[in-house]
Design a protein around this ligand. Structure first.
Ligand code: GLU
Length: 487
């Protein structure tokens, strides 16, 4: 049974790199009929917060990435047989395993303080050697060490690197990677303040949680050597590793806040659809066998195999994400699209009484959606049909000053008043406009721009033949009357 995990450190919102790791693990699990575990790596007490954990859980839910085990999505209580799923609650487990290493002689209590260790490193560097800590000439025997600790002394537990050889990793993304064991010195498993370190917790948890495959960011590649040493020391089966390529900004630098939005939360606020962000992230380090780019979740699951991972860095191109978002947005059923748009209209304080009518809504969405790249584009489009927000905009000043404008507006008003129904179809609007042209003897700019101002309060904007059918005769009459009052 394939078991994979996403192991975020809760130190802020979920960023796109984390979301990609989560998505790939999720898809990999689903493809293989396996399980996907969420594990919270919150041992860094200074940086990890409950609030960040909650935010990351909300982001994963928003993306539709569901986990089989881990904190419950709502209550955050442990869900699954291998808990606790928060490292901060597993400290005794780590301690037990560290003690085992000490017992077997693979690790030792190290009473040397920071100053002493620094002095050792400095000396090594002066000698032209790598600043790697080795065991002291005399290791304190475990029983004596425990007694000293009981009396209040502090000691780290350090893994002892004894063998000199290459560790060979067959990475699912990178192929064969060789790590000479002397890349690392004896490394800390448990700090002298009792806090376990990432590399240690990670191995214990992955082993106890029966993780079979570890797909994670490339920045962890160098950690894998220490982790492989620990797997061997415990005689744990080593999972298969896949280190996913870096995600770079358009300037080929590592993606960071400098590049603008990088967290799922940012993209949510900017009006991106989670389906689109998912699909976009999917292609940041993986490609489909036939090169197709827009893939449903079912297709993603079906096609997601490790052979398609791309070891080259992925470039995060928001223009492409925008394009993908507009594709997803257009494909949404109108009811669903409206549900997603509503919060953006509310936020912008746009009230449209006629939107309660499903027929009107359908027509409006049909008219506007091709002009939308994100949900955040909705307010400026829907604003034009909100009667309460109609006003003559400063951009109309030139048009107001034209000699022909008054006549055009008066004629437009008369024709509207004579119009037999509340609805003005696209064809009827065309005919009305022609009549204004004939009656006033104006054409081109001096005809069209005053009419635009009479309808939307400004000379530029959405095409009137799309807009007018969304408004009522009464609304159009009120609008042109407002304009006339301004003269
Ligand atoms: N907590 C680590 C991170 O957020 C996870 C490392 C791993 O997946 O092994 O980067």
């Amino acid at each position: 049974m394939v078991r994979v995990r996403f192991a975020p450190s809760p130190t802020g919102y979920l960023h796109v790199g984390g979301a990609r790791t989560a998505l790939y693990n999720y898809l990999f699990a689903k493809h293989h009929g396996g399980q996907f575990i969420l594990r919270v790596e919150d041992t860094d007490l200074e940086r990890s917060t409950d609030e960040s954990m909650r935010m990351q859980i909300e982001d994963l839910k928003w993306l539709g990435i569901n986990w089989d085990e881990g904190p419950h999505p709502e209550t955050h209580a442990d869900m699954g047989p291998y808990g606790p799923y928060r490292q901060s609650r597993r400290k005794e487990i780590y301690m037990q395993y560290a003690e085992r290493l000490v017992e077997s002689g693979r690790a030792y209590f190290d009473f040397r303080g920071d100053a002493e260790l620094e002095a050792i490193k400095e000396r090594l560097m002066k000698e032209g050697k790598p600043p790697q800590i080795e065991a002291p000439a005399e290791i304190v025997p475990p029983a004596e060490a425990r007694a000293r600790i009981a009396r209040g002394e502090q000691a780290a537990i350090r893994y002892r690197v004894t063998e000199k050889r290459d560790y060979v990793l067959n990475d699912l993304v990178r192929g064969e990677v060789r790590f000479p064991s002397d890349m690392v010195g004896d490394f800390v498993c448990i700090r002298s303040n009792g806090m376990p370190v990432y590399n240690f917790c990670c191995v214990i948890d992955d082993a106890l949680m029966k993780i079979t495959h570890v797909l994670r960011a490339e920045e962890h590649l160098s950690n894998t050597l220490r982790q492989m040493m620990l797997y061997e020391a415990f005689d744990f089966p080593i999972p298969k590793f896949g280190h996913l390529s870096f995600i770079l900004g358009p300037d080929k630098q590592k993606l960071s806040k400098r590049h603008g939005a990088t967290s799922c939360h940012d993209f949510n606020l900017k009006g991106y659809l989670p389906e689109a962000l998912n699909n976009f992230i999917l292609l940041s380090g993986w490609s489909s066998p036939d090169g197709r780019e827009i893939l449903s979740r079912e297709e993603q699951i079906k096609l997601f195999t490790h052979e398609r991972f791309n070891p080259a860095p992925a470039v995060f191109d928001e223009t492409k994400l925008l394009w993908m978002n507009s594709m997803y947005l257009r494909a949404l059923p109108h009811d669903e699209l409206w549900t997603r748009i509503e919060p953006f209209l509310k936020e912008a304080k746009i009230e449209i009484p006629q939107s309660k009518d499903p027929v009107w809504r359908d027509q409006a969405l049909g008219a506007f959606k091709t002009s939308m790249q994100t949900l955040a584009d909705a307010p400026k489009l829907f604003e034009t049909v909100a009667d309460s927000l109609f006003s003559v905009k400063p951009e109309a000043v030139e048009v107001k000053g034209w000699a022909e404008t008054k006549k055009v507006w008066e004629t437009w008003l008369q024709l509207l008043e004579a119009h037999p129904s509340e609805k003005v179809s696209e064809a009827e609007f065309g005919a009305l406009q022609d009549k204004v042209k004939d009656l006033c003897g104006v054409k081109g700019k001096t005809l069209f721009q005053p009419i635009r101002v009479a309808v939307i309060g400004q000379p530029q904007g959405t095409e009137l033949k799309i807009l007018v059918p969304l408004l009522t005769k009464t609304s159009l009459i009120n609008r042109v009357k407002t304009c006339l009052k301004e003269l």
